[in-house]
Design a protein around this ligand. Structure first.
Ligand code: SAH
Length: 448
C-alpha cells in the first residue's frame, strides 16, 4: 500500500519530523511502515500489510475479511490512517517546535493513491474532498485488464490537489480514507469517536457530508455516530471549546478526565513510592503526571490492548530519554499473576474495573489485594447515580459502550469493603459534586 505526497516546497520535511535523506521504518501490529523521500519535494509512505498477522490478530476482533485472500495489502484503507498516525503523529498534531511558522503555512500539495477503494464511486470521492477545497482526479481500475467486459472495480487511481496546511491535509486523509473504504479493520470502540473528533478538528463540524462521514467512519454504529455529531454541533454553537479529545464525550464537557489524572497522580506521588504502576494505562495519559514525582524511579504501565500501548509509546517519543527510560510499557492482563509487576509499591487502575466482566472482578481483586499487594492502591470508576445529570445520556445507558457495569456509590463502597483484605480504604469523589447524586467519578484509596 503506497501513498505519495508532493509539496511545492522542501520545507514540509521539517513539519513531518522525518529527515529527507533517511528511510524511516516502524513495526506495526499488521506489518511494517516505511517513510522515505524519492525527491526533496516528495514523500512516500509504504505500508507492508502482512495478511497473516491480520489472521492471527483474530481473537475478539470483528473481522469480516477473508483471512488469506483480501485486498488489504494493496489498497489505501484504515491501515493507512494507522500508518499516518504512527509515522506523522507530530505533524498531525500541528506541532513543530523548531519551525513553528511553518505549521500555519499553506503549501500546494499533490497526493497520489495508486489504488483507493471508493464505495459509492467517484461521486462519493468528490462529495468528500471537494468541499474541503480539493481538486479530485480519478480513474477507475478495471477488474481485469484482460477481460474489459467484466467492467470496473470499486478501486480508483486518485490524484488530489489542494492548497492547505500540512496538518489539515493529513487529518483529512486520516479520516476520509477509511470513510471511502467503508470497511474497518478492527472493532469500533468509543475511543474511535474521540479519534474522529480529534482528527476532524477543525474541519468536520462544517463539512456538508459530516453525517455520512461519522456513520461510515464509526462503521454504522448509530449510537457512536450520534455522540460524535452532537459534539460537532456543539462546536458550531461554541467554537471556543477546545479541550482534550481523548476522553469520553459526555465527560469531556467538564474536563473530568483531566481532574481524575491530577487527583490520582497526586495521591500516588504523596504515597512516597519509588516504583509505581498504572494498570490498564490505555494511551498512557497518566504517565506524564507521574513523571513529575521527584522520588519516582520506575513507572510500570500495563494494558491488555496493544493498540493503546502503541499509542502510548508514540506519545512518549518526544520525552527526554532520562524520563522515557523510567517508563516500561507492558503488554499484559490484570487477570494474570504477572511477576513483572512484583516490585510495584503504589498502583492505580483509573477507569478500568468497569471494563471487566463482573465475573472476572474477583480474580482481578485477588491478584491486586492478595498477590501484588502494593502499599497504596487507587481505583476509580464512574458513579452511576451522577449519569442522571447528563441530559444527553439516555436513562439506563452507560457512559461508554464498552462499560460492563457502572456502580452507585453504595455498590462501590460495598465492593471495596468486601475485597480490601487487610487494607484500610477511604472513598472520595472526583469532579464537581451534585447535591443529590454526588461526584461524577468515585475513587477508592486503599493503603496498608
Ligand atoms: N487508565 C486509562 C485508560 C482507561 S480505559 C485512562 O484513564 O485514560 C480502560 C483500559 O483498561 C483500556 O485501555 C483497556 O484496554 C484496559 N483493560 C481492560 N481490561 C484489561 C485487563 N484485563 N488487563 C489490563 N488492562 C485492561
Amino acid at each position: 500500500m503506497y501513498l505519495t505526497i508532493d509539496c511545492d516546497s522542501p520545507e514540509f520535511s521539517f513539519l513531518l519530523h522525518k529527515h529527507p535523506a533517511k528511510v524511516h521504518s516502524k513495526e506495526t501490529n499488521f506489518g511494517e511502515a516505511h517513510v522515505f523521500y524519492p525527491s526533496p519535494q516528495r514523500v512516500s509512505l509504504l505500508l507492508q500489510v502482512d495478511p497473516l498477522s491480520l489472521t492471527r490478530r483474530g481473537g475478539g476482533h470483528v473481522f469480516a475479511l477473508k483471512p488469506y485472500v483480501n485486498d488489504r495489502g494493496y489498497v489505501a484503507s484504515s491501515f493507512l490512517s494507522v500508518g499516518l498516525n504512527l509515522m506523522f503523529r507530530t505533524a498531525l498534531a500541528g506541532r513543530c517546535p523548531k519551525h513553528p511558522e511553518l505549521v500555519e503555512k499553506k503549501f500546494a500539495f499533490r497526493v497520489e493513491f495508486p489504488v483507493l477503494p471508493s464505495r459509492g464511486g467517484e461521486k462519493v470521492l468528490e462529495k468528500l474532498f471537494a468541499p474541503l477545497g480539493y481538486q479530485v482526479e480519478s480513474s477507475p481500475i478495471a477488474l481485469d485488464a484482460l477481460y474489459p467486459e467484466w467492467g470496473t472495480s470499486p478501486y480508483y487511481k486518485v490524484v488530489l490537489r489542494v492548497d492547505s496546511r500540512l496538518q489539515d491535509l493529513l487529518r483529512h486523509l486520516y479520516v476520509l480514507i477509511p470513510v471511502l473504504d467503508n470497511e474497518k479493520h478492527y472493532w469500533v470502540g468509543s475511543d474511535e469517536v474521540s479519534k474522529l473528533l480529534a482528527k476532524g478538528d477543525p474541519w468536520l463540524a462544517e463539512h456538508p457530508e459530516k453525517e455520512m462521514i461519522a456513520h461510515r467512519y464509526l462503521k454504522h454504529r448509530r449510537g457512536l455516530a450520534r455522540q460524535a455529531l452532537e459534539v460537532l454541533q456543539e462546536e458550531i454553537d461554541d467554537p471556543t471549546e477546545v479541550e482534550s479529545l481523548t476522553e469520553d464525550v459526555t465527560e469531556r464537557k467538564i474536563g473530568l478526565h483531566q481532574q481524575r489524572l491530577e487527583t490520582v497522580s497526586q495521591r500516588l506521588l504523596e504515597s512516597g513510592a519509588t516504583i509505581v504502576g498504572d494498570l490498564g494505562c490505555g494511551e498512557g495519559k497518566l504517565l506524564r503526571y507521574l513523571l513529575k514525582g521527584k522520588r519516582v524511579e520506575r513507572i510500570l504501565a500495563m494494558d491488555v490492548c496493544l493498540d493503546s500501548l502503541q499509542r502510548a509509546e508514540s506519545s512518549l517519543e518526544r520525552l527526554h530519554h532520562k524520563k522515557r527510560e523510567k517508563i516500561e510499557l507492558l503488554h499484559g492482563s490484570l487477570l494474570y499473576n504477572d511477576d513483572r509487576l512484583k516490585a510495584v509499591e503504589a498502583a492505580c487502575l483509573v477507569e478500568v474495573i468497569e471494563h471487566l466482566e463482573p465475573d472476572r472482578l474477583n480474580r482481578v481483586a485477588a491478584n491486586l489485594f492478595q498477590r501484588l499487594k502494593p502499599q497504596t492502591l487507587i481505583l476509580t470508576t464512574p458513579n452511576r447515580e451522577y449519569n442522571a445529570v447528563w441530559e444527553s445520556l439516555p436513562a439506563g445507558k452507560f457512559r461508554h459502550p464498552d462499560h460492563r457495569f457502572e456502580w452507585t456509590r453504595a455498590e462501590f463502597e460495598q465492593w471495596a469493603g468486601q475485597v480490601k483484605d487487610d487494607y484500610e480504604v477511604s472513598i472520595e469523589g472526583i469532579g464537581e459534586p451534585h447535591p443529590d447524586y454526588g461526584c461524577p467519578t468515585q475513587m477508592a484509596v486503599f493503603t496498608r
